[in-house]
Ligand binder design. Structure first.
Ligand code: ZN
Length: 390
């Protein structure tokens, strides 16, 4: 079955094309041509989907998401990942890192072993299910002072032997790990994990500027949900946040739901990190896409009401989707849609070293695209060559 997509523009992950024609065969991109040169499929038996005024782009990559649609990735069952994956596909997310929360070590090892098996068996082509392409370990090597809702009794000091057990249980699928740089052993573990191909993201941290610089020197490449669960800025001790915002090489995540940070803070982050290093994430939990009520995260009962997930006074993840994150980001900053798209495609792919699997569009790749309007709102999500209107 041939499917043809047309729109106002196409952003490939590296450049813009005007009036594109994308042809999809058997769930893969067969050609990308400008409209003048590309014939439309009318008369050739293909279905044509036109998105006037919209920009086609690679489907989004979320490097930090815990769950959605009533499920948490740590359940590590086919049912949990499929239910969550159908929901993510409908919101333009084409791939993600299954993100753990701090839990008893044996429970985490069990989840990682289950996830590793599921990652090795993605659903059939043609099934509109978004599947994880790696794992993000959020914890257990986090600060007690800035733990958010990670349970204190299971937080651990950085330990190379414990990390190796986690890495091996996950059969090498760990791509990213959040770690607090001020903890004893953090610099050694940063260097060790980096040698094993795991990207280190600094976060859930009360680190000083010097402690943060030491982790970056040892290999840390990113920062986890900038501003949240971080020591705040001080003009004499800039702390982790001062270093994250001023180290140009460092990527930095942000939860852009209008709740985790105000619009002014999103602007500060954008002005500091810019189009090459800013990454939008959801930090979404199981309540995402579900009615208000009580949900579980990290063993805590979290209250979800009016878009806010909280445990007492503490925010407990989000109920954000990446399509909304993009629209919020453009509204808060005035950035262009092409600039904004990088933050959920090319940048997270570059940070995690997964550019061959996500974040760009090229002939031969699985057809996973979005169409978004000039305000960044999702017009359609095309996963496995199947368009779904938003
Ligand atoms: Zn967190």
């Amino acid at each position: 079955m041939r499917t043809v997509l047309t729109a106002e523009k196409l952003w490939t992950g590296t450049g813009l094309l005007d009036h594109p024609v994308v042809s999809i065969e058997d769930g893969r991109i067969a050609s990308i041509t400008p409209r003048a040169a590309g014939e439309l499929a009318a008369g050739t038996g293909g279905r044509v989907f036109d998105y006037p005024g919209a920009t086609l782009a690679p489907a989004f990559l979320d490097v930090h998401t815990h769950g959605a649609a009533g499920h948490d990735v740590m359940e590590a069952t086919p049912e949990a990942l499929k239910t969550m994956g159908r929901f993510l596909a409908s919101h333009g997310t084409g791939s993600y890192l299954a993100t753990t929360v701090t839990a008893p070590l044996d429970a985490t090892l069990r989840s990682l072993a289950g996830l590793a098996k599921l990652l090795a068996q993605p659903p059939n082509v043609g099934e509109t299910v978004t599947w994880p392409i790696g794992i993000h370990l959020e914890g257990p090597f986090l600060s007690h002072v800035k733990r958010g809702v990670h349970p204190p009794e299971y937080l651990l000091a950085p330990d190379i032997a414990v990390f190796d057990r986690l890495f091996e249980a996950a059969e090498g699928h760990v791509r990213l790990m959040t770690l607090a740089p001020e903890l004893p052993g953090a610099v050694e573990l940063t260097a060790h994990a980096t040698r094993r191909g795991v990207r280190i993201s600094v976060g859930h941290s009360n680190a000083t500027a010097a402690e943060t610089r030491a982790a970056i020197a040892a290999g840390a490449v990113s920062a986890t949900h900038t501003f949240n669960a971080m020591r705040p800025l001080d003009h004499r001790e800039p702390g982790i946040l001062g270093i994250v915002l001023t180290t140009d090489s460092l990527f930095a995540e942000l939860v852009c739901d209008g709740i985790h940070n105000t619009a002014e803070m999103v602007k500060i982050w954008w002005r500091c990190k810019g189009p090459e290093r800013a990454i939008l994430i959801t930090d979404a939990m199981s309540a995402t896409g579900m009615p208000d009520g009580e949900y579980q995260l990290a063993g805590f009962t979290v209250q979800v009401a009016k878009g806010r997930a909280s445990f007492g006074d503490v925010l407990a993840g989000s109920v954000l989707t990446l399509d909304r994150a993009l629209a919020n980001f453009l509204a808060f900053t005035g950035a262009s849609v092409e600039q904004g798209l990088r933050l959920l495609t090319a940048n997270p792919a570059a940070m995690t070293g997964l550019s061959d699997q996500a974040g760009s569009l090229a002939v031969g790749q699985p057809a996973k695209l979005v169409a978004v309007d000039a305000a960044g709102r999702l017009v359609a999500s095309i996963q496995n060559g199947q368009p779904t209107s938003a």
